[in-house]
Structures are given as C-alpha cells and as structure tokens.
Design a protein around this ligand. Structure first.
Ligand SMILES: [Mg+2]
Length: 397
C-alpha cells in the first residue's frame, strides 16, 4: 500500500444571522475545520482532520508533505510521523504545521487499522466499542437558558457536560450553581475558564466549583503559564484540566511536570496526531494524570480522540460539541450515537467512518486559502470580530 495523493477539504459554515454563541472571545459567527483524505494506490482511503488555520494546513499538506510522502507506505505510521515532523521542524513544532501533520497521521492510523481489518480502537487495545462522552456547550446565556440547555443534554443521552465561564465572577459562580441545580448531584459538570483567570480568582471560583462538586476545572490559565499552574498545587480539591492549546510531547511534558494539571487534554487533530497524543497519554500514565482529549472541530477528530480514550485505562471521556455544529452532526454518513453517557464507536475497520460527500461539497470553502472575515470560535479574521480577552482585572494575580 503506497500513498498516491492527499485531499484537503477546508470547510466553513456560518451560524444563522452570524450569531452562534457568546463567549469570552466575543460573538462566534462561524466555524472552520480542515478534513484530509489520504488516497493510496490500492484504492484505500484514510481520513484525518486538523483544527488550525485552514490555509496553512492546505499549504503544508499539499505543497510540502504530499510531494515528499508520495509512494511511501502509510501503514508505517511512526516512520511517516518522524519524516513529517523533520520536514516541518524549521517552522513547525507548535501550531498549524504540527496540527497539519497530525491530520495525516490520523489518516495513516485509519489506513493501518483498515489494513489489519480491525477497528482502530481495538487495534490500539480497546475492549469496548464505546467510550464515555460529554456534551460541550453551555456558553454565555441567562441562568434559565443554561438550566434548560443542561436538561436537553441529559435528554439526548449525556451524563456529563461542560459550561463556559470567564464572564464575571458573579456570573461564573451563579451559572455553575444554576446548572448543578438543573442536572442534580448524579450527573457531572465541568467548568471552563478559557485561560482568562488569575491565581486569586481561580482560587475563589475554584472553591465554589468544589462546593458544587464540579468534575474538573478547565484552563484557568494560558498553557505556558506554568508558574500559575504550579501555584494551584494543593489549593483546591477540584481537579485541574488543561492542554487543548498545547502541542507535542515536549509541550505536554512541560505542562504536566513544570506546571500542575490533573487531567491533560491532548486533541489528536491539534497536538500532532494520534501518534503524539498517545505518547502524551503514555507519559501521563506515569505521572498519574488522566486523559480527556479536547474536540471542538469535527466528527473525524472526535472518532480519532474517542479511539484513544477507549484504548487507554486512564482515558476519561471525550468532548462532543453541542452548539449545532454540522461538522459534528452532519459530516459523516452515519449519525453519532450517544447513549447513557457513552459515544458508540464503529465495529468497522479503521476509524469506521465515511464522509457524507454531499455535505463536504456544500461546506467546502470557495478558495481554500481565503478565509472570510468572522469570529470562528478559536480563530478570528477581521478586526471587527476581534475581542481581546478581559476585563478580568479583579482576579489577576
Ligand atoms: Mg476549553
């Protein structure tokens, strides 16, 4: 089996009236993702995805990696990873380049498992065709609306959900209480500060999260802010989660050893593929850190991350965007199934998923290198959509 070519589909959709949700980064108007397809000379197809600047992903994959990897065996995943990492080292290591090589790496794993005629989760050592999953949503809205949304997640089969904070100390604490009241004590709630707290505020809000028995306290600080992560050591009983904005084994090593986290969140479509996410997971096991990958971009990434969670004993749960994202809900030929808090995984070989090409065609950007202005949740294009973080002065330590 040899690599013939790579396809990159840069996808975009806009929320109705260009208002998806409000959050600490402003108003999200639209979303982006890059799905890749690795096509082999045997006619086999592997799928992967990258969540990064789509134009950069397109250039790295098509202009640099495709000519150099054509004719090589995609089943030799680790060898291909080393080549890709070496090829992009000068401008890569963190950011869009390592996310782009991760997209191809996921597709190579898909092909390796297909060649072995095994579902990927099984090839990686998983025992069960499902893994724990949580609803990700609960962005800034009224307390009543948060309670109503939380109940809807339970009706859809979730037993765990994540909310967003970093609006004001008053809002953050009241919102946590409103959702806890709505879902009762038996379901899990996670709270995300989106890197916008200081140590004092994290300690004060963290005490409320403890009282409300929050399952984890996500990203109080920026990923490189090791001093603040270290300062939280021993201050709170609520577990600290971080890592969605970190890349590569080295980055996670620093975060988990120089800083202080209880739960690492490597996202295969951002941090360098499944190969690198599994290396992070291996190190995490030695440090007694659990793994709960971030996933916010698309259903291909979700299945890759879910395969990892299903295959490692310290795999905690996987994130499922519930903001009405068609890359999650409509991109695949078969819909996602969540029952009793678990995401169903496919019994078919590889990732066990197929793209709905009609949906891909309808969401494909007209020019993969030109991104229309908008707030894309994590990426912002155009000055009118840029909302700098703040104004959280009261808690900055
Ligand atoms: Mg987060």
């Amino acid at each position: 089996m040899r690599i013939d070519h790579f396809d990159v589909f840069n996808l975009r959709f806009e929320y109705p009236n260009a208002v998806g949700f409000h959050y600490a980064g402003g108003t999200c108007t639209a979303r982006l993702t890059s799905v890749v397809r690795v096509v082999t000379d045997t006619g086999h197809v592997g799928l992967g995805s990258a969540y990064a600047h789509p134009a950069l992903v397109q250039l790295v994959v098509k202009e640099q990696l495709e000519p150099l990897l054509r004719g090589k065996d995609p089943r030799e995943v680790e060898a291909r990873w080393e080549e890709m990492y070496g090829l992009t080292r000068w401008y890569g290591r963190k950011g869009a380049a390592v996310s782009a090589i991760g997209a191809l790496d996921i597709a190579f794993w898909d092909l390796r498992a297909k060649a072995a005629d095994k579902p990927l989760w099984k090839l990686l050592g998983g025992k069960e065709a499902s893994c724990p999953a949580y609803a990700s949503g609960l962005l800034w809205k009224s307390y009543d609306s948060l309670a109503a949304e939380a109940s809807k997640h339970l009706e859809r089969g979730f037993r765990r959900m994540k909310m967003r904070m970093a609006r004001s100390e008053e809002y953050d604490t009241q919102a946590v209480r409103a959702i806890r009241k709505a879902i009762g004590p038996k379901n899990d709630l996670m709270a995300d500060a989106g890197m916008r707290y200081g140590v004092d505020l994290a300690t004060r809000v963290g005490k409320v999260l403890e009282e409300e028995k929050v399952f984890w306290f996500e990203e109080p600080f920026k990923p490189e802010d090791y001093d603040r992560y270290r300062a939280m050591n021993g201050r709170l009983r609520v577990p600290i989660a971080a890592g969605e904005n970190e890349f590569g084994l080295q980055g996670f090593t620093e975060l988990m050893t120089a800083g202080w986290v209880d739960i690492a969140q490597p996202d295969a479509c951002r941090c360098g593929g499944l190969t690198e996410a599994l290396r992070v997971a291996k190190l995490a096991a030695t440090l007694d850190v659990k793994i709960a990958p971030h996933t916010w971009s698309d259903a291909v990434a979700l299945h890759a991350n879910a395969a990892m969670v299903a295959s490692i004993p310290h795999g905690l749960t996987v994130e499922v965007d519930q903001t009405g994202n068609p890359f999650i809900e409509k991109l695949l030929a078969e819909p996602l199934v969540v029952r009793d808090g678990r995401l169903k995984l496919s019994d078919k070989p590889g990732l066990g998923i197929e793209l709905d090409m009609k949906v891909v065609e309808s969401l494909k950007m007209a020019d993969p290198l030109r991104i229309p202005e908008g707030n894309y949740s994590d990426m912002v294009f155009g000055p009118s959509h840029w909302t700098p973080a703040g104004p959280y002065k009261e808690g900055v330590a």
